[in-house]
Unconditional design. Structure first.
Length: 421
């Protein structure tokens, strides 16, 4: 379930607070978070519903393994099968199969070493002292992944049960294999997990957050009350976008892994999300993130009184803020398109014309070095370059989609008209 990320307010209910967090308030916030997650799972597909499905599948796999081992095979100690089945309902079919092999290897190693130690020493305590250090070292072997610890726990169960005969060892390994087969089968054939929605949601969030940062910068430049502290805050927010970009890359890796071993027969068992953005979108928004980062660094340097570069004049900054506002609106429109799969941007809304008019004003400012210091001109040129880069990545693809040739001619003509003024 998702946690609440809002700031914690001081709660004075029942006199439980002494200047810090209230246990009553913490419980209330967790209950609210659970309630939101339940409502989200009820409303429609999403992370919360995926979590619910995987949890129910894991429970069903354990119950099925118990029925097979305890009822059908009449095993009085049906422990290994439901245990293994429970933990092998993983986030993807591929990871379930991979961890099944790793866990079976660890269980076999733990069972065999524990049985051999018991047979050689004849004492449970001595057998534990002999095999556990070896198994704990073996658990760090990369071939076992994060399943190596099951070797040591299996050794404890084996020695605690007091049965280390060849038949008991074979029975225990067979139970683990049964649970692995059931866990992997349930995960693969009952609503197989295919993580395509996370890519779209993270990309949409990245576009929205990029627009929010550009809006904040534009508002600050228009207000003319920004300083070094404000510029540092903009830079910090741009670094947060980079963390979101890492989430996009992680979601893409999960998406690719979830499609492994789930070819047409398995995918037919579950309705896949539609309109998954291509990997080219990841690259495009990665470039956008880099341009925003460079833009905020330029402003941060310009606001530093100890550095020679200085910010442009108020008139140029207002014009530049208007330009950033247009790009921010395009980012928010792109966020809606990525999330809902519909084009929410109207290419005929005059955005491109307004952009080139603002661009022309800023270019005119660059051609007047006599009226301003060279340092201010340098900063303005750098800011304008980053705005052009952002425009090319965010707005141009949407404006030129469908009839690029016709709009390209109009763009060139508009640019020529503005520049010739």
């Amino acid at each position: 379930m998702t946690r609440v990320s809002k700031a914690v307010r001081q709660d004075v209910d029942d006199g439980a607070v002494t200047g810090g967090r209230s246990p009553v308030g913490a419980v209330r916030r967790e209950a609210q978070a659970v309630g939101r997650a339940v409502r989200s799972a009820w409303r429609g597909p999403g992370r919360e519903r995926d979590l619910l499905v995987q949890s129910l599948k894991a429970a069903a796999a354990a119950l099925l393994a118990w029925l097979v081992a305890r009822v059908w095979l009449d095993d009085p100690m049906a422990l290994m099968a439901p245990w293994v089945a429970l933990v092998l309902v993983q986030a993807t079919v591929y990871s379930s199969l991979r961890q099944a092999v790793q866990q079976l290897g660890a269980i076999c190693a733990g069972t065999l070493l524990a049985s051999a130690a018991q047979a050689a020493t004849g004492d449970t305590l001595v057998a534990l002292a002999v095999c556990l250090p070896v198994l704990m070292l073996l658990s760090n072997w990369s071939r076992f992944g994060d399943q190596g610890i099951y070797g040591a726990t299996t050794a404890v169960f084996t020695l605690a049960s007091g049965s280390v005969t060849a038949a008991a060892v074979g029975h225990r390994v067979g139970q683990a294999a049964l649970g692995a087969v059931i866990g992997v089968a349930v995960n693969a054939f009952v609503l197989p997990p295919i993580h395509l929605r996370d890519v779209r949601e993270n990309l949409a969030a990245l576009a929205r957050e990029a627009g929010d940062v550009l809006c904040a910068i534009a508002d600050g430049l228009r207000a003319e009350d920004w300083d070094a502290e404000t510029a540092t805050d903009w830079s910090r927010r741009s670094s947060v976008i980079e963390h979101r970009l890492q989430a996009v890359h992680s979601a893409r890796r999960w998406s690719r892994e979830s499609l492994r071993l789930t070819h047409r027969p398995l995918r037919a068992l579950r309705r896949l999300p539609t309109g998954v953005p291509p990997e080219a979108e990841d690259e495009r928004w990665s470039r956008v993130t880099g341009h925003i980062r460079a833009l905020t660094r330029t402003l941060e340097v310009a606001a530093d009184d100890g550095r020679s570069p200085q910010p442009p004049g108020a008139a140029e900054l207002r014009t530049y803020a208007d330009l950033l506002g247009l790009i921010a609106n395009a980012c928010h429109a792109e966020s809606g398109r990525l999330l809902h799969g519909a084009d929410t941007h109207d290419p005929q809304d005059g955005t491109e014309t307004a952009m080139w008019e603002l661009h022309g004003r800023l270019e005119s400012g660059l051609r007047e070095p006599v009226e301003r210091e060279a340092a201010r001109t340098t900063v303005l040129g750098s800011l304008l370059l980053q705005a052009e880069n952002l425009w090319a990545e965010v707005v141009t693809p949407a404006l030129h989609e469908g009839d690029a040739g016709h709009r390209g001619e109009g763009r060139a003509a508009e640019h020529q008209r503005v520049v010739s003024r």
